[in-house]
Write a protein that binds this ligand. Sequence first.
Ligand code: RIB
Length: 348
Amino acid sequence: MEEVLNLKNKEPITINDVAKLAKVSKSTVSKVLNEQDGISQKTREKVLLTMKKLNYRPSMVAKSLKSRKTKAIGLMLPSITNPVFPIILKGVEDTASENGYIIVFCNSDEKIEKESLYFEVFKNRWVDGIIFSVVTGSKEEEEYIRAIHNKGTPVVLIDREIEGYFANVVMIDNKKSAFDATTHLLELNHRKIGCITGPLNIKIFAKRLQGYKKALAEYGIEFNEGLVKEGDLTVKGGSLAIKELLSGKELPTAIFACNDFMAIGAIKELQRNGLKVPDDVSVIGFDDIPLASLITPSLTTIAQPLYEMGVEAMNLLIRLMERKGASRRKIILDTQLVIRDSTSKPKM
Ligand code: RIB
């Protein structure tokens, strides 16, 4: 006698229901679900047809338990208000979904304590891999990453590295890119060049300051501490740095800001003080966020391949999760100098 399944009871359809209606064993249905061999094409088609008829959706948890894979990726970035990171996120997310993965996104807000909270979640929750841009690159962060890596969960660092800890990382050459930005100003004949750095406890901003210093040295210009101000990566931070420079002995004829937000803040503060950019002071930024081409004057900057960074990091993580390719890779992507209207030769 044919068993009629009571589909009215609205209970989720299970693998048992499929097996009963298709008149096969549960293990046969499981083989179809996991695309395993050992069953005829005819049986496979019968089971698939039955799943369609019942509108059966395999439980993600059951799948995860079986395969010990969640197809979920943890992605932790230090901000959601700076456009740099949503662009990186998009590169990761587009590549993840093309490969059947979902993203569990966390924003550490440039705070170590928030970052460590999320790390505990990642350590105890199922994600198949993690992409992570550190807040500062501290020893504490290194310990977190080692703990996760030692549990067998691959980790790829993106944008910011942990110096001395050779993890898998996708980033740019920060020192060379800052050297290129400063050299652009030197080639315009600026000799009194200020620098608004990012927080110098973050390794990549210390590297950008080194690039600035290297370019000055190659032109025989002595480093002047008074022309360097440490910013906090925000528009307000750029403005505050200019206020300090304006109160100093002499105003530089050009400024290298280590991110576009601070460059924009610098331009606004100079204009508020009646100074013209670039006629009185040239300004160059770093990142090439969408806003850079829209402000007046449009911002000369160093373009980071932010979307591509996300794509490369996700592709590297997939190779690591699938145990393909080298277990330690450092991928350095190129940056481009984008010349717009905020830089020109100094007034004679
Ligand atoms: O603007 C934010 C900065 O922090 C960028 O330069 C990026 O490299 C990030 O680390």
